[in-house]
Ligand binder design. Structure first.
Ligand code: SAM
Length: 330
């Protein structure tokens, strides 16, 4: 648990006696009890985690504004996203303010701390609970100028930033799904887990589509989608797709749902996406989705829809179509 490491590190001193403390990217269930709650601002761009912090009564925002007296940076799964988070903390914390960098071994904390040691005077790392935490005094963001988040170009005309899903290339599952989009796709549509918008752009290439809801929990990905998809039929929602409700019932839901929570494959999230899709659709509505071949979604589809068929299979993926949703919400 990062909470144990944090208590150990904060207990070792150096937390300024006053001033705001920035906590960058903590998962919604992280333990921040070692910090004075009234001085914390959490920056969290993943909507379910963001909302979890709001429910816990902490000040939380998708984009914090400095200056801060100190910061705690939670390492991210992507190396470049972790580096960008450190660079961001350095741009928001006052010169000389303490910045702690915390992370699990599985999130690459060892190499992040090793890289940091070349640039700043890093304290000896404290190791606990399969992770490490270390601190440095901020010397300004110029030290990390080359770590700041930089645009990537995963496909011509599309930009992304480090850390978003499939930031460097179009996802193979989305390619399979795009190849299976029917020519007569039309009406009001939602793309659940729309990421940076490539699949949405393929949906909008169908002239019969009158409206497309892009629903995405990752604010950074959604902000990229806003730049990538400029079609006036697009509506952008920074929301948890499993609780999203469109104004009107939909004709189609098209989706490449997430298949893992943290590092572990978890079909539970895809199952929640399927149930949410069924609840969003009109009685004649249809769902088209792609999934890794081994993920067991058929039972859930059969419970939520009257008709289910496999449209295509290949490259380790299957595309499934379901129609006639069984009403699960009024
Ligand atoms: C497999 S990716 C597909 C992304 C995009 N459609 C594409 O083709 O590149 C799944 C997406 O779902 C998003 N996601 C994860 N959990 C979510 C949730 N609860 N609500 C909405 N989006 C979520 C992820 O951030 C990710 O962008």
């Amino acid at each position: 648990m990062s909470g144990d490491r944090l208590s150990l590190a904060i207990g070792a001193g150096d937390l300024p006696a006053e001033g705001r403390i920035l906590v960058l990217g903590p998962p919604g269930q992280a333990d921040l009890s070692a910090l004075p709650a009234g001085r914390i601002t959490v920056e969290q761009t993943f909507r379910p985690d963001h909302d979890a912090w709001a429910r816990r009564g902490l000040e939380v925002t998708a984009r914090a504004e400095g200056p801060f007296a100190a910061a705690i940076v939670f390492a991210q799964r992507s190396r470049d996203a972790s580096r960008a988070a450190v660079a961001r903390a350095a741009s928001l914390v006052a010169t000389g303010g303490a910045i702690w960098v915390d992370g699990a071994k599985t999130d690459g904390i060892d190499s992040l701390l090793k890289d940091l040691r070349w640039r700043v005077g890093l304290s000896a790392p404290l190791a606990k609970a399969h992770g490490k935490i270390a601190r440095f005094a901020n010397e300004g963001d110029q030290v990390f100028a080359d770590w700041a988040a930089r645009d990537l170009t995963p496909a011509p005309g599309f930009k992304t930033l480090p850390g978003v899903f499939s930031a460097e290339a179009v996802d193979r599952g989305s390619l399979c799904l795009a190849a299976a989009l029917p020519a007569d796709l039309k009406g009001k549509v939602a793309d659940l887990g729309a990421g940076w918008g490539w699949l949405s752009a393929q949906i909008l290439a169908r002239p019969g589509v009158s409206l497309l809801h892009l629903v995405e929990a990752d604010r950074v990905a959604l902000d990229c989608a806003r730049l990538n998809v400029t079609d006036t039929r697009a509506r952008f929602h920074w929301e948890d797709a499993t609780t999203f409700t469109p104004g009107d019932r939909l004709d189609w839901v098209v989706m490449n749902p997430p298949f893992h929570v943290s590092r572990a494959a978890d079909p539970g999230l895809g199952i929640a996406f399927i149930r949410a899709a069924a609840a969003m659709l009109a009685p004649h509505g249809r769902l088209l989705m792609v999934a890794n071949r081994h993920l067991p979604y058929e039972k859930t589809l059969a419970a939520a829809f009257r008709h289910v068929e496999e449209v295509s299979m290949g490259d380790g993926f299957k595309v499934l179509k379901a129609s006639a949703p069984v009403r699960s919400r009024p």
